[in-house]
Design a protein around this ligand. Structure first.
Ligand SMILES: [Zn+2]
Ligand SMILES: [Zn+2]
Length: 626
């Protein structure tokens, strides 16, 4: 289609075609040989009682996740929660994957998850869920979410009163039996009743979705709708196109749609629920609201522009149009006589017609518009600029692939270098590498280097310890080619202590890259509490850089902090934090966050050739200036 139309945050705009093919390693979906053009199986009809329903299986997996969480198995819980989303997005494809025993080929589905999904598909029940129900009977997951309920309290209620649902708790409170338990009392009883009451009247919490999952569902929808000819194009728009990390609404623009057939197909699909033909609304199975927009190709650019937002950005464009005696809305750009301009077909043409340079979607969060031919955005970093795969784990710690496999896969993606950065000893739960194994790893790197073109750099992801020191002796640290310094424990440290810990680490006179800076896990763990300005200040006056971690759950440093770091002239690296070769797909998210922060290619260290990158990040311990 017209230039400018298919540009998207994670689409093709900043990846030139030759590179595109190489970069399409899936970060978050099934391996590429299955992804692009696997034939659609015949649509299955959804019935409430149907056992083989992805949405029902997803619900079961979500319940398993909640119960695992109650059981203190949070790592596993996360895998099952993610599994629920993956199952939904796989939709009808689940059938053949289960049948052919190929579920574990899907990124994010391990052997245990695969077993439970197959059981749910084939028998309608899961042995794990049954086992968990022995300890946490049905209703427990819901009860666990009630304010004031802790795992210990749940256990007491269960054992002393046989209470394991919200309804049973209400009855027990009303019968004044809860106050008889040790450590509960009248006040607790009253609070429980208040919480139960409040819960019934509380507005529904908005459902949220990761950007990576929005892309996953988009690919599936495209296959079902565009693949079957119900629309010419289906483009993810809205906040997702602006690369917002967490979404509370999804928008798609369908161009050239055969509406009737498209909606018939959606009614059969398990990807969307509650489809409203009149309003073009729907919801994902998780409950995230969806808006569908429709356009003919003559004004598709305007519709896409409109549906992508942001509101401020749109308002600025509308104001400029008015200044020029034009009008702009979702149906097109029109002249004073009301005739639609041909530019309406294409976003870039609309910007041009209004006297601006094209603004990539990631930069449409504000009203700022670059004057035409200003070249203001020409240095914006893009995926083609990245020459080195930074932050990679291997079998030496908690990665799934060998050094050679990681190196060869990065090379196949056109990378000139890769940094192997396994965990340091303090991260024992992640198989942190002790000195003996480190020596072994360096020998293996030297051996593999003989066989591959790509430069393999010896690195570490060293823990920032509680006192702000790094987790290897200086004499060892100096021998690495690159050091990423990250926090992996004590996330709850108070603000003052956390700031002190980080400031000390950043001030170390050795070059370090601040890894996944604020330690957040989207939808799961809040960022650490610290004075970010103070830590950036410390980093700016010491040797170091900061990473934009592309793991879809991290996206850390959060993009809103990028301008502050740039103002201090702190260099960046775009990293993948890959734990397998499929993890390289995270690069697209790191790039998207960088672009949201307006990062220029010259500010990103791993856009440099290997020799200069090595020179810049070498962790030689400098004499302290102060
Ligand atoms: Zn880490
Ligand atoms: Zn890592």
């Amino acid at each position: 289609m017209e230039q400018g139309f298919s540009r998207g945050p994670l689409g093709s705009s900043y990846i030139r075609p030759a590179r595109l093919r190489r970069l399409q390693l899936p970060a978050d979906s099934i391996p590429s040989q299955r992804t692009p053009d696997a034939p659609c199986t015949l649509p299955i009809t959804r019935q409430a009682e149907q056992v083989q329903d992805p949405a029902r299986i997803a619900l079961a997996l979500e319940e398993i996740a909640s119960l695992l969480q109650l059981n203190g198995e949070s790592h596993k819980a996360r895998a099952y929660a993610r599994g629920a989303t993956i199952v939904v997005t796989l939709g009808q494809e689940l059938e053949s994957l289960v049948r052919d025993g190929q579920l574990t080929e899907v990124e994010g589905i391990g052997p245990s998850l695969s077993r439970q999904i197959s059981e749910l598909w084939n028998t309608g029940s899961s042995s794990l869920l049954t086992r968990l129900h022995a300890t946490f009977p049905e209703g427990s997951a819901e009860l666990a979410n009630l304010p004031g309920i802790t795992p210990r309290r749940m256990q007491a209620l269960r054992e002393a009163l046989g209470v394991h649902t919200i309804e049973a708790l209400r009855d027990a409170c009303l019968a004044q039996r809860v106050r008889t338990l040790r450590g509960f009392g009248e006040k607790t009883e009253r609070r429980f009743l208040e919480s139960i009451e409040a819960r019934e009247h509380a507005p529904e919490v908005p459902k949220r979705m990761l950007l990576a999952d929005a892309l996953l569902i988009t690919r599936r929808l495209q296959r079902q709708l565009v693949g079957h000819g119900y629309a010419d194009q289906l483009v993810l728009s809205g906040a997702a196109r602006r690369a917002q990390e967490v979404l509370t609404e999804l928008d798609w623009v369908a161009v050239g749609a055969r509406k009737q057939e498209l909606f018939d197909q959606l009614a059969r699909s398990t990807l969307l629920m509650r489809v409203d033909r009149e309003r073009g609304t729907a919801a994902t199975p998780e409950g995230v609201p969806v808006q569908l927009h429709f356009a003919d190709s003559e004004y598709a650019g305007a519709t896409l522009l409109w549906a992508t937002g942001s509101e401020q950005h749109r308002a600025a464009l509308v104001a400029r149009a008015r200044e020029r005696g034009l009008s702009l809305d979702a149906d097109g750009l029109r002249d004073a006589g009301g005739d639609r301009a041909s530019a309406s077909a294409d976003e870039a043409a609309i910007y041009r017609a209004l006297g601006f340079d094209y603004v990539p979607p990631e930069l449409r969060g504000t009203a700022r518009l670059p004057a035409a031919d200003s070249g203001e955005l020409s240095e914006l970093v893009d995926a083609n600029d990245v020459r080195g795969m930074v932050h990679c784990h291997t079998l030496y710690s908690d990665g799934k692939n060998s050094i050679e496999e990681m190196a060869r896969a990065a090379e196949a993606l056109g990378m000139e270098y890769i940094t192997i950065t396994d965990h340091s000893p303090a991260a024992h739960y992640a198989g942190g590498v002790d000195l003996d194994r480190l020596k072994q790893q360096w020998e293996e790197i030297a051996e593999v280097q003989e066989r591959v073109q790509i430069r393999i750099l010896r690195g570490t992801e060293s823990d920032i310890l509680i006192d702000g020191s790094l987790d290897y002796p200086d004499a060892v640290l100096e021998q690495f080619d690159v050091i990423i310094a990250s926090i992996h424990n004590r996330f709850k440290l108070g603000r003052a202590d956390m700031t002190e810990r980080l400031v000390r680490a950043m001030r170390l006179p050795i070059f370090k890259i601040w890894g996944h800076a604020l330690g957040r896990l989207l939808l799961q763990r809040d960022p650490i509490d610290c004075d970010v300005d103070a830590v950036l200040g410390a980093l700016a006056s010491a040797p170091g850089a900061i990473e934009l971690n592309g793991d879809p759950y991290r996206l850390d440093l959060p993009p809103e902090w990028v301008p502050a770091a740039r103002a201090l002239q702190i260099p960046f690296v775009l990293s993948v934090d890959a734990h397998s070769t499929a993890g390289f797909g995270a690069l697209q998210y790191a790039v998207a966050m960088a672009r949201r922060g307006g990062l220029q290619r010259g500010e990103v260290l791993n856009t440099a050739p290997a020799s200069s990158f090595i020179e810049r990040v070498r962790p030689t311990i400098a004499e302290r200036a102060d």
